[in-house]
Design a protein around this ligand. Sequence first.
Ligand code: SF4
Length: 733
Amino acid sequence: MKINRRTFMQGAGATAILSSLSGLTPGIANARTTGAHSNLLAKRNGEVVYHSCLRNCAARCLLKFRVQDGRMTYVSGAEEQAKTGKAPCLKGQAYVQYTYAPDRILHPMERVGAKGEGKWRRISWDEAYKKISDRLKSVITEHGSESILPYSYSGNYGAIGMSASGERFWNRIGSSILERKVCTYAAYDGLESVYGTFLGPDPEDVMLSDVYLNWGHDETVSNTIAIKLINKARDNGTKFLVVNPQRTPLCNQADVYLQPKPSTDVQLCAGIMKYLVEKDLVNHKFIQEQSIGYDDLLKRLDELSYDEIEQITGVPRAKMFEFAQILGENEKTMLRMGYGFQRNFNGARMSRAVAMLLGVTGNFGKRGNGLVYDNIHAGAGLNQSIASGKYMRKNKDAQRINMTEIAKAIHPTNPTSHDKPSKPIHAMIIYNGNPVVVAPDTNAVIEGMKREDLFVVGHDMVMTDSLQYCDIILPSASQFETDDIVGDYHGYYIQVCQKVIEPVGESKCNWTFFRELGQAMGFEDDVFKASNDDIIKELLDTDSPDYKGVTYERLMKEKFIKLDIPQPVLADGKYNTPSGKIEFSSKLMSDAGYHPVLDWQLPEEEMEPKERNLPFRLLSSGVPQRVNSSFYNVKYIRAIPAYYVKINPVDAKTYDVKDNDVVKLSNHRGEARFVVIVTEGVLPGSLMTPKCNWLRMNPNGTEGCTNSLTTDKLTDMGGCSAYHSTRVDLAKA
Ligand code: SF4
């Protein structure tokens, strides 16, 4: 028998997991005799269950699980869905180990030591519900319902797991409203200021494109299955352009790759547009019929010389011209914009500038054209309003807390929200999230969570850095232990997540937890009696025209449905902007206090001197083996280095550091230690560390992680996080 790497990993991992779980609970110990097959190939037999990956990853793979005697034994991609194919990424292939991880929390626990001390006693779910509901009721009586805050985001992306389950509870009790804006919102505003939407064309139409322009996206990290599309298009002759301040593996394959200094994208776009104008490579007919403000754009472009652009961006003009020439001389361009670069103080303004490129070349309204960013058609069309019980909220004007500013909201003495004093938070429930290492300014988050007057409940699969500071910990079922559905946010798919196995140990899925907590609170509303299946039916009972022909029965049978969204998008030349046209000059921008055409301000200009004068810009990016803070519980994924800092050879020489040295990065927020990788993948003056790495697993010192350093200041528009607008010092540790 030939054993490949995947078979070995799954076999070895599952056996080790079963062994390690066997001492934890009698229920799990019994599984050892009924569980994974000793014959590794036999693990690929058994009942097939379809379940989509619910990580915050645009690929949204449809996975096929094998189940034997009630145990998940094997995972592969569902080849029936062409976009997924047979092989998911290494994270998808780790799902057996992820599900049966030896450090899974198997029963509720209550803190018995100081916060953060790590001392717990086992309690029952009934005891937990009694303690939590008693405390929430007393907080509501003493301080009002807005003194309770949910904290959750994308650890589970299911329509129920992420949204409907918790929101029913929060709307019913009238908690503070958490603005879950950590990710994409600056670009929403930037794109809308140009062409009135952030929803884009079908990415599978890249096959029809002459040019695929990747602006700040790394498909080798997130949405790996899109690489198949890119390669196919390239085989057809599609040109491949890439812009990224970090040289990723994809950059090396580009026809032209530009590596600008971080956050100088407005100036780079100006340079590209100057060239297109000078060489008469703009689409005059399109501009005349479908845009306003083109003369203002021409004037603005005249204000910046190529010398200045070269100096600000660091991009050699010859390269920039080569790039612009390809963009201008080809008819159809599909632009894929990433999520990371808009997490900057000038995020909306940079996104706006990128969208304007397609305006001057007229690349809207035809198949094979357009900008793909956050294609949330499938999720947005679901009947979320009913499913999440919005109608139950009585205090619609409840205070709003931006999750990026969580440390400010739970500050021990001076709580604020959006730069104004806010009502103190006295209770918080964390689920689908890990604020200590995902939110910026880790030390400040910990300081708030350590407050003795802040009651914190954590519902998770494993002991995260955040759970360490909780009063009560509850075992969460994995996504595979319940039913859900999920919308794609790259393509146009709605997909099933069918229960693969029963919950491990005493764990409960999000909806079971919130439903039973609601019952413990005394809520008699019918919505707290619904099953997951009932909610799925409610979600699919939608008026959205995108869902024409989609029924519960059809989805359960077919497992995935591509929504029938008319193509090409924006074909009628009508844009949802104030003028109804593409706006090269935008009042939305000037009303927000920025230049209406292109705004030159760089993040450094908004930093306090103590940060502005530090030598390095810190980029904290995703890495292929993880999604945000997920997968730290999988041993072989943990073995792939994540606590490193990339530094350019020029800077390495200046600072006298070499590969594998340990260095300390620091600023006024904190410090963290990382192992050095010397590479031209980052430019001089920039450093890169993986984002959201866990504090307590840092082998170089547990006093710091990446987000110990990052800013919690919000973006220019949209209220998004601005992690990458952070500067640091570097010293040998
Ligand atoms: S993390 Fe992304 S690429 Fe990997 S299995 Fe999940 S959806 Fe697919």
